[in-house]
Design a protein around this ligand. Structure first.
Ligand code: NAX
Length: 327
């Protein structure tokens, strides 16, 4: 068997953690022959609850799970980490302003970025799920200048998967029959679900759906799905977010199929007019543990305008974080 991979998950006592840790330990993320050492970082207050999760991880008797360690110390958590899944974040509390939220998360992700740079393995790959995910990834990357930029990512796979599900339901196709979906921009309500390149059973999606449905239903349904789930469930999406986090890392490490791509938020080098340095979602292919942005795609005028607005939001978040001194 290969050497165990060290996977550090933050916020492991939370909702997403409760789904994510079990999927990782089952081998869904890195493959069914890859042993895993889990490290879970939580706040001091959440460590007792986390012990219950650890008991359940042991009780699931996963053959691939080599060890489970918990800590409230980032330096311990990221020691030798091959993957950092940054899920834990400060949620927006009652009466909390946007600036307070950015400041609280700025402190968390800057500290974790520094600990990752000091402690993680040379092959470290970072995936940020905790919101605001793109800007949290930017903060962590800024705090870890020695780590190559391409190792930092944020989760927009949930949005991508939601877009696949909506198009599948609309066309009566299976999700597995759809290729080349895209989500561009920020993981927020300004995100840009784009089916103009998508193919359903070999046919262009734009030939199968009305333009009105795309702008009036598809885009808003995907972009506001998180709110719809909170409304229905009384709690934010957790199992689907965990599943998307698994998909994101799995695609990154094990690759995308030859005739398809996926969506990942990564550090821009200026592709598609997204200013260099911003963490934005793009269509990417993955092979050999590395991603590359699919370049040269023609951009629909609506998609272009929506992406410009989403990128303006990313730039404003970056400027706010800079003004707060978190970066
Ligand atoms: P929970 O509030 O259930 O869990 C968060 C956990 O993080 C808590 O146990 C808390 O103690 C822990 N935590 C807080 N600060 C920490 C720190 N500095 N170090 C370690 N642990 C810390 O939230 P949950 O529903 O699990 O969601 C986690 C994050 O994912 C939130 O920021 C949420 O907004 C975000 N989401 C991101 C999505 C995406 O697609 N990118 C979708 C789902 C989700 O909304």
């Amino acid at each position: 068997a290969p050497r165990p991979a060290t996977v550090t998950v933050t916020g492991g006592a939370g909702q997403i953690g409760y789904q994510l840790l079990f999927r990782i330990a089952a081998g869904d993320m890195l493959g069914s022959d890859q042993p895993v050492r889990l490290r879970i970082l939580e706040t001091e207050q959440a460590l007792p609850a986390l012990e219950g999760v650890v008991m359940e991880l042991h009780d699931a008797a996963f053959p691939l799970l080599t060890s489970v360690e918990t800590t409230a110390d980032a330096a311990v958590a990221f020691e030798g980490a091959d993957h950092a899944l940054l899920v834990g974040a400060r949620p927006r509390g009652k009466g909390m302003e946007r600036g307070d939220l950015l400041a609280a998360n700025g402190a968390i992700f800057a500290a974790q970025g520094r600990a990752i740079q000091e402690r993680a393995s040379a092959g470290i790959r970072i995936t940020v799920t905790g919101n605001p995910a793109n800007t949290n990834a930017l903060i962590a990357a800024a705090a870890a200048p020695d780590i190559p930029r391409e190792r930092f990512s944020a989760l927009t796979r949930l949005d991508h998967n939601r877009a696949l599900a909506q198009l599948a339901a609309k066309t009566g196709a299976a999700v597995g029959d759809i290729r080349r979906m895209i989500v561009w921009g920020n993981h927020s309500a300004t995100q840009v679900p784009d089916l103009t390149h998508a193919v359903v059973n070999g046919r262009p999606a734009i030939e199968l759906v009305e333009r009105e449905w795309v702008t009036g239903t598809f885009v808003p349904t995907v972009a506001n799905r998180g709110a719809a789930i909170i409304e229905a469930r009384g709690a934010s999406s957790a199992a689907s977010a965990a599943s998307a986090t698994i998909d994101h890392v799995r695609s990154w490490m094990l690759g995308t199929p030859a005739d398809d791509w996926t969506s990942m938020s990564v550090v821009s080098r200026g592709e598609y007019g997204v200013p260099e340095g911003l963490v934005s979602s793009f269509p990417v292919t993955c092979a050999g543990g590395a991603w590359s942005i699919v370049e040269g795609l023609a951009m629909d005028a609506d998609v272009r305008a929506q992406l410009d607005a989403s990128v303006a939001e990313l730039a404003a978040e970056r400027d706010a974080v800079r003004a707060l001194g978190s970066m």
